[in-house]
Design a protein around this ligand. Structure first.
Ligand code: NAG
Ligand code: NAG
Ligand code: NAG
Ligand code: NAG
Ligand code: NAG
Ligand code: NAG
Ligand code: NAG
Length: 630
């Protein structure tokens, strides 16, 4: 069976293009803009409001507007249109109180920047009471009017789970996956807007990053801003707006619940073209292989070693694979101070630029838990000398050039489970303030797995699905039938490669003997076993300069572990029979530590507590020169 490659297949574009055209023909929504909503004698009825009015004199100054007493005929209509089909759609309701001093302070900041609002202001998702409150705070002239924006709610059956399905038919074998159409805001009368003010709901307190209404309002506001060239957006909410749609670097000022943005309209316009959720594949801004040129010097592949020198060999092989794929982008590796100079020298020779980082602890992790320091990945956002990075785990191989991914926005990734993305391959846009955002919420947001993947999925709930061939997991699910297994195996081995990225889950190839995939010998790892994928990794290894092979040698303890597992498999008479294979890997005979008699370890295996690194103390000769041409 042919596996279609979505990125080299024009068909997908054609089909999607045709579909979106036919959808445009039958646009369901009708947006009404009302620009005549002044109420002249709108004196605040409560003393409290009076206080707000006084505070908001700043706004009056900003606008230097004057009250005009005409056009109120349409107010009742504007307001009745505000309700969702007669009833109020709870998904859009926000109970947040508007703090006029914050609003005023934020707008004041704009005028201080000499960018006073000089045109109409669009209002989205404010109720009747709030609109009349706004009217007491903003005066209108012929040039400066309040425009009530209308947005139809999305169908009730559109849930977060339906926007972010676990699986979609990427290869389009049965159907063309498609996302629901979300209603848009459109200006019926082409009124130029200078500012859009949007009140965002938060349906579930402290947990609103997966609210459909909240997402819809932001996408609708972004769409209107991009299409009508609206320079500023003001959100009223107590929780940060979608960080990769309205990046914090575009935040002009925030005061409490008032967030004022000055978006890059070109980029916003591109992001609005993306599918609403992961219900479809997100296609690169500039589609098709080879088309993407990008800003070579501001783009890099990045990986990280979590204080684990056992991954050094993996990272070296990954670098080799990237160069073999024909990419000349920078390679950057984040390491902490526990990685020795010896290992650093190997990484550098492989092409990695080394950045030493301070680790970041997950405050919710238990002491010494395996994932205690996994939040170190947040440091990726501090690589601000790059505009875009492709993060890759250190245990994968790039089989085909994936430079086109640099054309994708943050966060583009493959699906994991449920509504989540897999953080093994992701497109990231470094930004100091995004880093700060990640750090600011470290105590309140809980990661489902205690790792960065769980955390990032809480922050970046609006992510873009790339084909799974860009992070193809080396494993077989229990449910995989024979046909699926064969197909996967064929993909692991295909030459020329069909997969872009092969992610080595389970026991890593360099920690096995090269003769066969040692995942076969442990029942809990058998689902990760594939000799074909194993062999592929070793091909890349063999293509590495020979000086680098020493970083892939086996410690005595690992040899003992492998032999132990083999004996267990033999005792259990595993049907695959790999335990019968005679090991010819020359690394078996090479000792790199002072525990060389590893066979004697086996006598007490399981009784002894071997501490990591015991006796493993490679003495540099650091390698300084590499004579082999690559
Ligand atoms: C509008 O929202 C505010 C804030 O939640 C609330 O106090 C007010 O009662 C609402 N007004 C109407 C007409 O629903
Ligand atoms: C929602 O219901 C409509 C029909 O009313 C249907 O066409 C659409 O596919 C449904 N969407 C989802 C996400 O279930
Ligand atoms: C957040 O909301 C989702 C669905 O709305 C729910 O499944 C999840 O348990 C909630 N999480 C927290 C921490 O409240
Ligand atoms: C995804 O899988 C992890 C681990 O298997 C589990 O803890 C988590 O609840 C799952 N998430 C969803 C949304 O299904
Ligand atoms: C981000 O912060 C670092 C210091 O932590 C600084 O060197 C760098 O210039 C900043 N980047 C930008 C784009 O401001
Ligand atoms: C956390 O880091 C460890 C290495 O220290 C790594 O083995 C593990 O896969 C990481 N876990 C997650 C969930 O990222
Ligand atoms: C494990 O190590 C600890 C401390 O090094 C020691 O007290 C203990 O006896 C060891 N256990 C075994 C089974 O060797």
């Amino acid at each position: 069976m042919e596996t279609r490659q979505p990125y080299s297949n024009e068909d997908i574009y054609k089909r999607r293009f045709q579909r979106s055209k036919s959808e445009d023909d039958q646009k369901p929504l009708q947006v009404i803009s009302h620009d005549k909503t002044g109420n002249c004698k709108n004196k605040p009825s409560q003393p409290l409001l009076l206080a707000f009015v006084m505070l908001s004199t700043l706004i009056f100054i900003t606008y230097s507007l004057t009250y005009h007493n005409h056009h109120y005929k349409n107010i009742p209509r504007a307001i009745s249109n505000w309700k969702w089909g007669g009833g109020t759609d709870q998904r859009y309701v926000s109970h947040l109180e508007i703090k006029w001093d914050e609003i005023s302070s934020v707008l004041d900041k704009l005028s201080a920047k000499n960018q006073k609002i000089n045109g109409n202001i669009g209002f989205l998702n404010f109720n009747e009471t709030e609109i009349s409150d706004w009217k007491t705070h903003i005066t209108q002239t012929n040039e400066n009017q309040m425009v009530i924006l209308h947005l139809d709610p999305v169908d009730k059956n559109v849930t977060w789970d339906s926007l972010y399905p676990e699986w979609i038919d990427e290869e389009q074998e049965e159907e063309v996956p498609s996302c629901p159409n979300l209603p848009k805001v459109e200006l019926v009368q082409r009124k130029r807007l200078d500012l859009i003010v949007v009140k965002l709901p938060c349906e579930t307190e402290g947990n609103c990053s997966r609210d459909v209404g909240r997402l819809h309002l932001q996408l609708a506001a972004a769409g209107l801003a991009a299409s009508s060239r609206v320079n500023h957006l003001l959100f009223v909410t107590d929780f940060f707006p979608i960080p990769n749609l309205f990046p914090c670097k575009e935040l002009v000022v925030r005061r409490g619940n008032a967030w004022l943005y000055e978006p890059n309209l070109k980029v916003l316009g591109e992001k609005i073209q993306l599918s609403v959720g992961s219900c479809e594949l997100a296609l690169p801004f500039k589609p098709r292989d080879g088309d993407y040129i990008g800003n070579v010097r501001r783009e890099a592949y990045v990986t990280i070693l979590h204080s684990a020198h056992v991954y050094v060999c993996g990272a070296i092989a990954a670098a080799q694979s990237i160069r073999m794929s024909g990419s000349n982008r920078d390679l950057v590796i984040l390491v902490d101070e526990t990685i020795s100079d010896y290992h650093r020298s190997g990484l550098e020779l492989a092409g990695w630029k080394i950045r030493t980082i301070k680790r970041i602890r997950n405050p919710k992790a238990e002491k010494n838990a395996y994932n205690e320091w996994n939040y170190s990945k947040f440091r990726l956002w501090q690589l601000t000398d790059y505009e875009k990075i492709i993060f890759i785990d250190a245990d994968l191989l790039i089989l085909r050039n994936i430079d086109f991914l640099f054309g994708m926005p943050e966060i583009s990734a493959t699906g994991n489970n449920g509504t989540l993305f897999n953080s093994g391959v992701m497109v990231i846009e470094p930004s100091n303030c995004t880093f700060k955002l990640l750090m600011d919420h470290i105590n309140e947001i809980t990661s489902y797995n205690g790792g960065d993947q769980g955390y990032l999925n809480e922050i970046f709930t609006w992510w873009h699905r790339i084909p799974k061939t860009l992070n193809f997991l080396k494993n077989f699910w229990i449910g995989d039938d024979e046909e699926t297994k064969e197909k996967k195996t064929r993909l692991f081995g295909a030459d020329p490669p069909e997969l872009y990225v092969l992610h080595y889950l389970g026991l890593k190839p360099w920690l096995c003997f090269r003769d066969y995939d040692c995942n076969w010998n442990s029942d809990i790892f058998q689902e990760f076993a594939s000799d074909v994928a194993h062999e592929r990794w070793w091909k890349v290894h063999d293509a590495m300069p020979t000086e680098l092979h020493q970083f892939c040698l086996l410690e005595s303890k690992q040899k003992a572990q492998l032999e132990w597992d083999r004996r267990e498999a033999q005792k259990a008479i595993f049907k695959d029979g790999h335990w019968k294979v005679k090991v010819r890997d020359p690394r078996l005979k090479k000792c790199i530590d002072n525990l060389c008699s590893w066979k004697s370890m086996l006598k007490h295996w399981g009784e002894t507590n071997w501490t990591d690194d015991r006796g493993f103390n490679p003495t540099p000769p650091m390698i300084t020169k590499l004579k082999i041409d690559r």
